[in-house]
Design a protein around this ligand. Structure first.
Ligand code: FES
Length: 152
């Protein structure tokens, strides 16, 4: 039994092998693995007797699920209206240049994942950037490199 198979067994068991608990099972797995590898989804399908296509259908509906590994640090650039008018697009462009990836991507060394959001509720402090849930306000493109250096 592989590590993933054993983990899926444990999680599925903790939800009483109930296929109505599919979303909870997927949330638990993602919480433990950081993302949902295909091997895990196939195993969930086998153990819960749910077609894998159905699992992808369900998981794809929720933004919370990821089908690719995430970086150790998740960077979210706010592109909401208030941040946008203050230059968020330039901040995002600089992030993409510094990290060498586009939004939604993860650096090859699995250090950073770059995402965008549409408002984090601190519009007056925009442009806003969140790193691992920590808020950074009034970020301009020239503050991007120093911000990233803090996570080196
Ligand atoms: S629009 Fe960026 S925090 Fe509201």
């Amino acid at each position: 039994m592989t590590g993933v198979t054993a983990l899926v067994s444990k999680v599925v068991e903790s939800h009483h092998r109930d296929k109505d608990q599919l979303i909870q099972v997927l949330l638990d797995l993602q919480g433990r693995l950081g993302w949902l590898p295909q091997e895990a989804l196939t195993e969930v399908g086998r153990q819960l007797r749910v077609p894998v296509t159905r699992i992808y259908q369900v998981a794809s509906y929720y933004k919370a699920f990821s089908f690719a590994p995430k970086g150790r640090h998740t960077i979210k650039v706010c592109l909401g209206t208030a941040c946008h008018v203050r230059g968020a697009a330039r901040v995002l462009e600089k992030m993409e240049t510094d990290l060498g990836i586009k939004r939604t991507e993860t650096t090859p060394d699995l250090k950073y994942t770059l995402e965008t959001v549409n408002c984090v509720g601190c519009c007056a402090l925009g442009p806003m950037v969140m790193v691992d849930g920590q808020y950074h306000g009034q970020i301009s493109s020239d503050k991007v490199s120093p911000l990233l250096e803090k996570y080196e």
